[in-house]
Design a binder for this molecule. Structure first.
Ligand code: HEC
Length: 120
């Protein structure tokens, strides 16, 4: 999950820099992280529902929408779909009694050693 949070943040900065290749990569990494979580942590002692089902229910739609906006290189759609993704992350936290884990759009870029904007 901490890894997903890093991917989520990098995806935001990739989008803002219109580095669409990096954005597509971070979406793939998010998918992989959730697949691993579903495979290796299919149940959780504090969660009633099966994890793979929760992930599918909450993540499939927003990730697919983001993928499309990255393909279209559409920053406006990206920003809107990024908000939907963040809301879906939090909706899963709410529904699993981890509502105290609130994800937001990152306020500043903490990745000092990565170039997001390849054109400047
Ligand atoms: C299956 C529902 C689910 C989805 C979808 C989900 N999370 Fe989580 N998240 C959890 C659970 C459960 C925890 C509690 C930590 C644990 O036990 O692993 C958690 C914990 C976290 C934490 C706290 C980790 C820490 O160590 O401080 C962060 C940050 C986080 N999630 C980010 C995200 C982001 C970003 C997304 C969306 C891209 C996301 N989560 C989507 C269920 C989910």
């Amino acid at each position: 999950m901490a890894q997903s949070a890093v991917r989520h943040a990098k995806l935001w900065f990739a989008g803002q820099s219109q580095n669409w290749a990096l954005a597509a990569y971070e979406i793939d990494e998010l998918h992989e992280g959730f697949e691993d979580a579903a495979q290796y942590h299919p149940t959780h002692k504090h969660i009633k529902q099966p994890i793979p089902e929760l992930i599918g229910n909450f993540m499939n739609k927003p990730l697919a929408a983001l993928e499309q906006s990255v393909k279209d290189q559409n920053l406006h759609a990206f920003n809107k779909n990024f908000d939907s993704l963040t809301a879906a992350c939090n909706a899963c936290h709410q529904s699993t009694e981890f509502g105290f884990n609130q994800v937001t759009t990152p306020l500043f870029n903490p990745f000092a050693n990565q170039k997001f904007d390849l054109n400047h």
